[in-house]
Design a protein around this ligand. Structure first.
Ligand SMILES: *[C@@H]1O[C@H](CO)[C@@H](O)[C@H](O)[C@H]1NC(C)=O
Ligand SMILES: *[C@@H]1O[C@H](CO)[C@@H](O)[C@H](O)[C@H]1NC(C)=O
Ligand SMILES: *[C@@H]1O[C@H](CO)[C@@H](O)[C@H](O)[C@H]1NC(C)=O
Ligand SMILES: *[C@@H]1O[C@H](CO)[C@@H](O)[C@H](O)[C@H]1NC(C)=O
Ligand SMILES: *[C@@H]1O[C@H](CO)[C@@H](O)[C@H](O)[C@H]1NC(C)=O
Ligand SMILES: *[C@@H]1O[C@H](CO)[C@@H](O)[C@H](O)[C@H]1NC(C)=O
Ligand SMILES: *[C@@H]1O[C@H](CO)[C@@H](O)[C@H](O)[C@H]1NC(C)=O
Ligand SMILES: *[C@@H]1O[C@H](CO)[C@@H](O)[C@H](O)[C@H]1NC(C)=O
Ligand SMILES: *[C@@H]1O[C@H](CO)[C@@H](O)[C@H](O)[C@H]1NC(C)=O
Ligand SMILES: [Cu+2]
Length: 674
């Protein structure tokens, strides 16, 4: 949808740092994801650089935009008539058992850099190689024998790949574990594990290199595990009445390429195979200052660490890094209209490179919709004036950008929610299926030892685990140079007799000078955490800022020198602040599979760089400890969490006081069906 008129209007307000494309019809923005044509071109350039004299296959593990240097992009934004920054792709491939890393210039079709990565760790798994790996057991005699002994039906067996982690030994092979499930008459395979069989597949050789069948535990009963509506039997749950949003004036947002304008907001939305949705150049219009003001240069999930807590032989390695090992964008599901998103949603497609490097389309990868959730934006009833009753209320309205990553058994709903007040809510929802272990137990009274989980039903233990969603938030509050301020709330004791009070609290502010001063474990002492622009003040002299309103404050409970925790060391704190560095974007590192934790946020920040009045990046970890419960079986009702970025002395006054409320909708004549 082209949006000529507002673009012109925008052009008038060219004062602030972020001016989104002032071009009236859509032209490619330097931050746009690689188009199918660009992915194709990239594949051709990379492929042609390899000698194909023998049968070694070339596989693509990451292809994405190599984002332009920030300084180049900002200078282009301030003068869009200039040439845009060069368009480049970052490519990670495997060829002949080696990991290659390329930077490709798409304009002159040249390879800017090409080197072999020789450090620890491997790139994101490809989808095709996983599909191949899970077929191997079904044609592997020892496995067939194991299933025969167990009395299982081979045609009902489905396998799945699991990354092996790192436990102190040097892994010289790119391997995954493969575990299998016996579906019987359900599609809910994850609840029906075949215990006791361990298989390791070498992905480069594509064969099973280790096999063991240690013990037998019957596969749990599949009854009642199917989640498809068509398979449900009475008694049924409540029936939900029909409902829809009606917007007689159409949606309140415009999408121009990848740029979205809505009420007082403008931002760029991109799709990336590693991290999924990326929000860039989010600016908000200040109607008092008559200009757009920059808030967020770039924000996205950076890593999602999911360590399971069963240390036994068959389970200890389950310490997943979903974005780095499996790809949070690569795992994106196509959203279902009217279910994943309401009837007023607009959908966008995404493209990533398949394992052969060719573009793969994900239809409806994002949805964007206005949420009229029946909430209150602000209100007041004045009872205090004699003979007069004053009530003013404004209904709340939000803009939601949604993607769902389905990583194996789990479904992660990743939402960015914008509000006219200037708040950005980053929300996650967890649904899908638990990872379980089969057992002979049928009642918790039988259990005397630690079973590392909850007995959910007969023969089924839901394993304890965590989810750590780590977000990278390059806030640029009114410009790039920002500071991180802790407004500590401290109790003051009154020792003299000037007041009847013995105590009160006040704010003692502290600006973090270096990275170490900004590492925070939440929940220890009360503080307001604010990113401020120390160079921009309000009329009364407060620094323009945005504050972080945290959600749940769980941190990893593992020892710091435990191997998974070394790799996931970015969960040691809930909050980190680093100076901007383009290459520091994936908190678990670039080669996460079997990584040794040498390239994580925790390691980068050991340099203890200066962060005061600098271009800084805020990292926030949403932590959720998950003790499974019976309601999570056989499919987990969505568990939600998140945090808020909220303007704090950014505006001179309430930015929503003068919001014009919507007119009532007059419904056309329609008769309700009986
Ligand atoms: C991809 O590139 C090849 C040549 O490199 C070309 O023949 C083909 O048409 C392209 N496909 C798309 C979808 O652009
Ligand atoms: C295949 O090609 C690679 C890269 O040129 C080379 O290193 C390797 O020795 C070749 N293998 C065979 C079997 O020719
Ligand atoms: C490559 O593999 C194919 C089939 O796997 C085979 O027919 C062909 O001879 C091989 N070529 C070389 C150069 O090894
Ligand atoms: C391609 O363009 C880049 C600048 O983006 C330049 O560094 C490089 O030298 C150019 N390569 C060729 C072959 O022209
Ligand atoms: C084995 O499983 C397949 C696929 O689920 C099914 O069609 C078939 O009837 C099963 N056979 C037996 C003997 O249960
Ligand atoms: C498969 O399901 C049937 C019917 O639900 C049941 O009788 C049978 O025991 C199941 N087989 C296994 C191996 O779980
Ligand atoms: C307050 O304290 C001072 C010094 O301790 C004392 O002289 C004075 O009488 C006190 N005043 C009251 C009102 O208690
Ligand atoms: C950016 O970060 C990478 C990885 O931590 C580091 O190697 C590089 O030196 C950094 N660049 C600058 C300019 O600090
Ligand atoms: C709606 O219903 C009213 C009352 O029944 C009727 O007068 C009016 O003409 C109807 N309008 C339309 C558009 O059908
Ligand atoms: Cu969970």
């Amino acid at each position: 949808m082209a949006m000529a008129s507002t673009s012109k209007l925008l052009f008038i307000f060219l004062f602030s740092i972020f001016i989104i494309d002032s071009i009236s019809s859509y032209e490619q923005h330097p931050l746009d994801p690689l188009s199918p044509e660009e992915l194709n071109l990239t594949q051709t350039i990379v492929k042609d650089s390899f000698p194909y004299s023998n049968n070694t296959t070339l596989t693509f593990h990451y292809v994405g935009l190599d984002e332009p240097d920030k300084s180049l992009l900002l200078s282009w934004l301030s003068k869009p008539t200039n040439k845009p920054p060069p368009r480049r792709a970052l490519v990670i491939t495997r060829f002949n058992k080696q990991t290659h890393e390329f930077i490709i210039d798409l304009a002159n079709r040249s390879i800017i850099s090409n080197h072999v990565y020789a450090g620890y760790g491997y790139p994101t798994l490809g989808l095709d190689e996983q599909t191949e790996a899970i077929q191997l057991p079904l044609a592997y005699d020892p496995f067939i024998e194991s299933t025969r002994i167990r009395g299982l039906n081979l045609s009902a067996i489905v396998c799945s790949t699991f990354t092996v982690g790192w436990f102190g030994k040097i892994g010289k092979k790119r391997v995954v574990k493969v575990q299998c499930f016996h579906m019987n008459d359900t599609v809910n395979l994850y609840l029906l594990p075949i215990e006791g069989i361990q298989m390791i597949v070498d992905l480069d050789e594509m064969k099973i290199i280790e096999y063991s069948d240690g013990f037998q535990v019957p596969v749990p009963n599949s009854e009642g595990t199917d989640y498809r509506l068509s398979k449900q039997k009475p008694p049924f749950g409540p029936r939900i009445n029909r409902a829809a949003i009606m917007q007689p004036d159409g949606p309140g947002f415009q999408i121009d390429g990848h740029t979205i304008r809505w009420l007082n907001w403008v931002f760029h939305l991109s799709f990336d195979a590693q991290v999924g949705p990326i929000i860039s150049l989010a600016s908000i219009y200040d109607s008092e200052k008559h200009k757009y003001r920059s808030v967020l240069y770039r924000g996205h999930i950076s890593e999602l660490f999911v360590p399971y807590q069963d240390p036994t032989e068959d389970y200890y390695f389950k310490t997943y890094f979903d974005c780095g090992e499996f790809g949070c964008g690569l795992s994106a599901a196509s959203l279902v209209p009217l279910a994943d998103c309401p009837n007023n949603a607009v959908f966008m497609d995404g493209y990533h490179a398949g394992q052969n490097g060719k573009p793969v389309k994900v239809s409806n990868v994002f949805c964007i919709f206005e949420r009229h959730a029946g909430d209150i934006m602000w209100r007041h009833t004045e009872f205090g004036i004699p003979d007069e009753l004053i009530t003013e209320v404004r209904p709340e309205l939000s803009l939601v950008v949604r993607m769902v990553a389905t990583v194996g058994n789990y479904d992660y709903i990743l939402d960015w929610v914008f509000k006219p007040s200037g708040s950005i809510n980053i929300q996650v929802g967890l649904s899908g299926i638990l990872e379980v272990k089969a057992t002979t137990y049928t009642h918790s009274d039988q259990i005397k030892e630690d079973v590392y989980g909850t007995l959910l039903t007969d023969n089924t233990i839901g394993l304890y685990h965590d989810h750590f969603f780590t977000y990278r938030l390059d806030l640029d509050i009114d410009g790039v140079d920002n500071s991180f301020v802790k407004h500590n709330l401290v109790t003051k004791i009154v020792t003299d007799n000037t007041t009847a009070r013995k105590s009160y609290w006040t704010v003692v502010s502290e600006t973090a000078n270096t990275e170490s001063e900004a590492k925070i474990r939440l929940g220890r002492k009360p503080a307001e955490l604010v990113i401020v622009n120390p160079n921009k003040k309000t009329k009364p002299g407060n620094r323009h800022g945005y504050r972080l309103i945290p959600g749940p404050t769980a941190r990893s409970l593992l020892l710091e020198d435990d191997y998974p925790q070394i790799r996931g060391a970015f969960t040691q704190y809930n909050v980190w602040v680093t100076p901007y560095n383009k290459s520091e974007k994936w908190a678990g590192g670039r080669y996460v599979d079997q990584s040794h934790g040498q390239d994580t946020l925790a390691v980068w920040s050991l340099r203890n760089r200066e962060i005061d009045n600098k271009d800084i990046v805020l990292w926030y970890v949403i932590g959720i400890h998950h003790v499974p419960c019976q309601e999570d079986f056989p499919l987990m009702p969505t568990l939600s969490s998140g945090f808020e970025l909220r303007p704090t002395n950014f505006f001179e006054r309430s930015p929503v006081l003068k919001v014009i409320p919507p007119k009532p909708v007059t419904w056309p004549n329609c008769s309700a069906s009986p």
